[in-house]
Design a protein around this ligand. Structure first.
Ligand SMILES: [Zn+2]
Ligand SMILES: [Zn+2]
Length: 651
């Protein structure tokens, strides 16, 4: 091999020799022209870099395409630069702050004073179109700190970028990216080689954001957008967004009278309306029944607690930002409870358990309070006060696997009843190799617990992904990922092993040898918080909840006034059969009342007129519009009771 040559290893293991200084793009071209066209960035020894990056020494090489998460990050972040350039062309006084790629596209936060109007967005899109058409190159330059300050002060006159520059740790490279002429931004990169790759894009909406996410700072305008290499991909994405918007739980929750918010009550503090409370109560009672059948015992803990407990568990001071400010009572500090675990641990401590008493499974529909940032609030999905379907299980090391299997099986039964099957298991493990300082305690205990979880999943015969480095700081865990209506994964259910707290709080049991030994704790949530789960359910079913979960299951519609008395008897009969029933005897036409009931997504409408009263029968309509054959009232009661008890999903 000549001096000037180096070895590049491709993902399939093939090693090729190239001249030093060749760019990543040229290496991609050497594989195929098509691959080079599809490339948005490259990976050198595991680090994502620009395609224009020159390779100077032996390296592992990989092409990054839009389809991958890393590819989308590069593509979308580059799009945010294109948008920023367009905005500066139209609004030269605007000050750019940060413009990252996010899971669903990109945004840029801009200090501009007045909010952007929809017309502004149209103009910005048109300007972006020009920048894309001009196919302007992205160019990286690395500079010293003093040069960077000079560029920001003299060319950009932007105090935000000076602050961002201060965040760059000493010794780290400082880079700028220019986009064509007259645009330069402080940025780590990487970026696309040029703007021409962004063939299809759309600005979606704007909102107010705050510098550093802190409402005490200046209000900024955030513009969200999304982009794709092909127009047809954008079209499909916009269609998906349109469909998802119809399922938005905030809209459905309002239409169906499930929940509301009031400015006077406070942000992120939901008010459950009567129908919502029925649903919430149903789920709480359902989980309690399922859990008690599985040997859980319910407990209850208070909503405020002395600071001392959170210092003992280690939540203070580390978790302080997520907690509400302390309340002083009798010279002592109290906090609103952000999680139920510490309280359950205090209860377990009173038991003086022997191995024969374990496992202990405490469960609670526990209210928690967390200070979520105002910008992150989203209907019931992210709130500041919520009720968790929580449990803490105290087990011996020998019981761990069996208990984890028990939790997973309970999860499976519950989700069958909910009609939800689009989920996957993820085993989150520590990464001692790359991040040894992150995990406390003995490596052996971590390894043992991880292996027990893996064996549990294998025994369950469910497919699962293993992710290194995703464990929590107190132990490995199994997350159950649900797909939301946007096609993204949400973690709602989780099974987390805790090998740290038992040691810290001295939570022990007496083992078979008569010695004290630390228990292992399983933190688990099947529905997560009732708030989030209900948001998820409303979106999953677009408000058409299964019969057993519908707040109102049937509505009786008397045809004329003279039928109301008889109709009330039908209502009473349904009530006795345990079916939640309403009557609509208003003066509106029957068609109008049927339409209203359909909009309220009530599963069954029972029309009662002369014939029905004479025969003691009902004619039922489903909310889908299907009319059932007339049947005797008793027959319908039996039919409905069976659907209810069997939690049947089909009407
Ligand atoms: Zn950038
Ligand atoms: Zn917990």
């Amino acid at each position: 091999m000549a001096e000037s040559e180096m070895k590049i290893t491709f993902p399939n293991g093939d090693v090729h020799e190239f001249v030093r200084g060749i760019t990543c793009l040229e290496v991609a071209k050497s594989i195929s022209e098509g691959l080079a066209r599809a490339a948005v960035a490259a990976k050198l020894d595991g680090v994502v870099v620009d395609l224009t990056r020159k390779i100077e020494s032996d390296a592992k090489f990989e092409v990054i395409k839009f389809e991958s998460k890393e590819g989308k990050d590069v593509f979308w972040h580059s799009s945010s630069h294109v948008m920023a350039k367009a905005i500066l062309r139209l609004f030269p006084d605007a000050k750019l702050t940060i413009g990252p790629a996010i899971e669903t596209g990109f945004y840029y936060d801009i200090d501009i004073g007045t909010p952007f109007t929809p017309e502004d967005l149209v103009k910005i899109e048109a300007e972006m179109g020009k920048i894309v058409k001009e196919n302007e190159p992205f160019q990286r330059s690395e500079v010293s700190r003093s040069e960077a300050e000079k560029i920001i002060n003299e060319r950009l006159a932007n105090p935000y970028k000076i602050e961002l520059l201060k965040d760059v740790p000493e010794g780290e490279k400082i880079s700028f990216y220019s986009l064509g002429k007259n645009f330069i931004d402080l940025c780590y990169g990487p970026h696309l080689p040029s703007s021409g790759k962004i063939k299809a894009f759309k600005l979606l909406n704007t909102s107010t954001a705050y510098w550093r996410g802190d409402a005490k700072n200046k209000a900024l305008q955030r513009v969200y957008g999304v982009s794709f290499p092909e127009k047809k991909e954008l079209d499909a994405h916009l269609k998906m967004l349109e469909d998802a918007a119809k399922r938005d739980h905030r809209k459905i929750g309002k239409d169906l009278g499930i929940f509301t918010f009031a400015e006077e009550v406070g942000m992120g503090l939901p008010l459950w309306l009567p129908k919502g409370e029925v649903l919430r109560h149903l789920l709480v009672e359902y989980m309690r029944k399922m859990e008690e059948e599985d040997g859980y015992v319910y407990v209850h803990s208070p909503s405020i607690t002395r600071a001392d407990l959170y210092y003992a568990t280690g939540h203070l001071p580390y978790y302080k930002d997520s907690m509400y400010a302390p309340i002083e009572i009798d010279g002592m500090e109290y906090y609103l409870k952000p999680m139920n675990c510490p309280h359950h641990h205090m209860m377990f401590r009173t038991l003086a358990a022997s191995y024969k008493d374990l496992p202990v499974r405490f469960a609670e529909a526990g209210d928690c309070f967390r200070h979520e940032l105002s910008g992150t609030m989203h209907g019931l999905m992210r709130v500041r006060c919520f009720t968790q379907n929580d449990s803490h299980m105290y087990v011996t090391p020998a019981q761990l696997k069996k208990e984890v299997i028990g939790v997973a099986r309970l999860f499976q039964r519950v989700y069958v009843d909910m009609g939800i099957s689009d989920y996957s298991f993820r085993l989150s493990l520590p990464d001692f190799e790359n991040n040894p300082g992150k995990y406390g305690g003995e490596e052996k205990k971590w390894a043992d617990a991880s292996e027990e979880l893996r064996q549990a999943l294998l025994e369950l015969k469910v497919p699962f992904d293993e992710v290194k480095g995703e464990a929590s700081f107190y132990g490995p865990k199994i997350d159950i990922q649900l797909k939301n209506v946007y096609g993204q994964e949400d973690t709602i259910a989780t099974i987390q092993i805790d090998i740290m707290i038992p040691k810290r709080l001295n939570l022990t049991f007496v083992n078979e040898k008569g010695e004290k030994e630390n228990v292992i704790i399983i933190h688990r949530a099947i529905l997560g918080s009732y708030e989030r789960f209900i948001a998820y359910l409303l979106e999953h079913y677009a408000g058409n909840l299964p019969f057993w979960l519908s707040p109102v299951q049937a509505i009786v519609l008397p045809i004329a006034d003279r039928h109301t008395e008889g109709a009330l008897k039908v209502v009473a009969a349904l009530h006795s059969a345990g079916i939640r029933t309403e009557i609509d005897s208003s003066n509106q036409t029957l068609d109008y009342r049927i339409r209203n009931a359909q909009l309220a997504k009530i599963p069954y409408m029972l029309v009662v007129g002369d014939r029905e009263l004479e025969n003691n029968s009902v004619t039922a309509r489903k909310r889908t519009g299907e009319v059932m054959k007339p049947m005797a009232l008793d027959e319908f009661l039996e039919f409905a009771r069976k659907k209810n008890d069997g939690k049947e999903l089909e009407l």
